[in-house]
Design a protein around this ligand. Structure first.
Ligand code: ADP
Ligand code: MG
Length: 561
């Protein structure tokens, strides 16, 4: 008979492996412990929803973090639900057992979706920085308090202890500094505060610390004294969960500054709350100015990604297409499937969906900016128009189609930036093409011999002064069925077939001899020499007949092989 066996795991090794391999940064242990504390408070909150004898008074609940340099300890105190002896054994004694996940499942009907825990491993992150972890806890409704203690690999002990109040107090005995690794940051008020701000700013309960600062003594301007006061470190209510109608432009601008999205002011903010198949909140910003490193290798595109108010990723690049790489901001969703380290995503279906929605939203907001606030759109375009052109060049299908409506070029007639739509709408009836001229600057283009004739016809010319311009337009080929025509192409389409024939006939024998001679002299450099009808005050001009214009050739020849 076949015998069914269970796998045995070497828990000592597993713990070591896990602790040291799943997290890329040690500091996240603090995020994990604070998340647990927040879950523990949440559990009281959810219990109170159905338990008449339990009243949840929000201001009684908090998390407190206490670094102590002398003892080399870091304490985390919470007023959450606590743990019974059995819960200590189950939740902290069994790796990958999550009391929080179980709680969520039991309470599904009561929307416990704010609870963060699910994998049952976060707690052990403490062992990345601590030699000894002590947990003293008293469960809600219990008379006894217990102390759980562990040095990591060797298992744990449980004992009764003295604790008056319900909740949990975790003490980390920090590791001694090693040559390559110092743990002193976790004892330093300022550093601890910074880490809390970074990952746990939007935990819904106050995270407190005693902060010591030096201030002038009363009645004295020269003598200083140290004051210690308890401060709340986190902002608690994330701005993205607030009601849009309660928020002012200034609130958004402050958030932009606090988050260090840029040193400038945001040109526009976009606040999205979606409650559909996938739920998420996002606050996006279009910056006013191009970041100084925008076109350098150092620049990384991406949005901050939060899961339930806890920071998961600093710069999630997958959330933004390259042509919107200038957008700053954050996304928070409770529907993401995270992997065990809560760093990378398990599967990216939800993320793709969010990215798609966000991209659509940015496009529609830019369109409305173009329509309703031209001055602002011009400012935006000065900074990031180039990126949109890259988008038109790189993207396909519908994406290219929407982006093309956002393009603007300098117009010979309007002497300002115009959209392709504006160009088309002002075309005289007999004009067949959208004319553009390429050059280093508007001045240079104005001096081109070709410009004169088209302008004389009363046609508008778009000035292409950036190297990407013509490449992008070539990818479009047409706009509203009108073809683009470079002023440097051989046939400008200004004359009818008859007119062309006539010009050919009018070329005298004498001229033909001269052209043949010129062609010989310039052999290999030009394809043909012809008489032209288009010149007025200039004696000659260069044109090209192929797909690649003279200006494009210039750009291409400058590119590395
Ligand atoms: P997770 O949070 O993913 O469930 P953890 O390893 O972080 O996994 O925690 C394991 C379990 O231990 C939690 O699910 C919870 O039941 C319990 N726990 C951890 N910290 C606390 C705390 N401060 N108060 C109450 N219970 C806690
Ligand atoms: Mg946890």
């Amino acid at each position: 008979m076949m015998e069914k066996m269970e796998f045995q795991a070497e828990s000592k090794r597993l713990l070591e492996m896990m602790v040291n391999s799943i997290y890329s940064q040690k500091e996240v242990f603090l995020r994990e412990l604070i998340s647990n504390a927040s879950d523990a408070i949440d559990k009281i909150y959810y219990k109170a929803l159905t338990d008449e004898n339990l009243v949840f008074e929000k201001d009684q609940y908090y998390i407190k973090v206490v670094p102590n340099k002398e003892n080399r300890t870091l304490k985390l105190i919470d007023t959450g639900i606590g743990m019974t002896k059995e819960e200590l054994e189950n939740n902290l004694g069994i790796i990958a057992k999550s009391g929080s996940l179980a709680f969520k499942k039991e309470n599904q009907s009561k929307d416990g979706h704010d609870i963060i825990g699910q994998f049952g491993v976060g707690f052990y992150a403490a062992f990345m920085v601590a030699d000894v972890v002590t947990v003293e806890t008293k469960a809600l409704g219990s008379e006894e308090a217990y102390r759980w203690q562990s040095e990591g690999a060797d298992g744990y002990t449980i004992d009764t202890c003295q604790k008056e109040t319900v909740g949990t107090e975790i003490t980390l005995q920090l590791k001694d500094n090693q040559e390559e690794e110092s743990y002193d940051d976790y004892l330093d008020e300022y550093q601890v505060k910074t880490i809390i701000k970074k990952y746990s700013d939007f935990i819904r309960y106050p995270i407190k610390m005693d902060i010591t600062s030096s201030r002038p003594k009363e009645d004295s301007e020269t003598e200083f004294a140290e004051y210690t006061e308890e401060q709340i470190i986190n902002s608690m209510v994330p701005i993205w969960r607030k009601n849009k109608s309660e928020l002012t432009d200034e609130d958004y601008a402050n958030f932009y500054g606090e988050k260090h999205y840029g040193f400038d002011k945001p040109l526009k903010h976009i606040h999205v709350s979606v409650d559909g198949t996938i739920r998420y909140n996002a606050i996006l910003f279009i910056p006013e100015k191009m970041p100084f490193d925008y076109y350098s290798k150092e620049f990384e595109k991406g949005l901050e990604l939060y899961s339930n108010g806890v920071l998961i990723m600093d710069k999630c690049a997958d959330l933004l297409p390259d042509h919107f790489s200038f957008v700053k901001g954050m996304v928070d969703s409770e529907d993401l499937s995270l992997n065990i380290s809560r760093e990378i995503l398990q599967q990216d279906r939800q993320l793709k969906l969010i990215a798609k929605n966000i991209c659509k939203k940015i496009k529609s907001e830019l369109k409305s900016l173009l329509k309703n606030d031209r001055e602002k759109y011009d400012a935006f375009y000065q900074s990031f128009g180039r990126q949109l052109k890259f988008g038109v060049y790189n993207e396909f299908g519908a994406e290219k189609d929407t982006l093309k409506d956002l393009l603007m070029f300098h117009s010979s007639k309007e002497k300002k930036l115009v959209t392709l739509d504006e160009y088309i709408s002002k075309m005289p009836e007999d004009q067949k093409f959208i004319y553009y001229a390429t050059g280093d600057s508007i001045d240079r283009i104005d001096k081109l011999p070709q410009t004169e004739l088209v302008a004389d016809k009363g046609y508008e010319i778009l000035y292409f002064t950036e190297d990407i311009d013509e490449f992008a337009i070539k990818m479009l080929m047409t706009y509203e069925e009108k073809e683009f025509k470079s002023l440097s192409s051989g046939d400008l389409g200004l004359e009818s077939e008859e007119e062309k024939k006539k010009a050919e006939e009018e070329t005298s024998e004498e001229e033909k001899v001269v052209f043949t001679a010129m062609k010989e002299v310039l052999s290999g450099k030009v394809k043909d020499v012809r008489a032209s009808k288009r010149l007025k005050s200039h004696p000659v001009c260069l044109t090209s007949d192929g797909e690649v214009t003279i200006e494009m050739e210039k750009v291409l020849s400058m590119m590395p092989e």
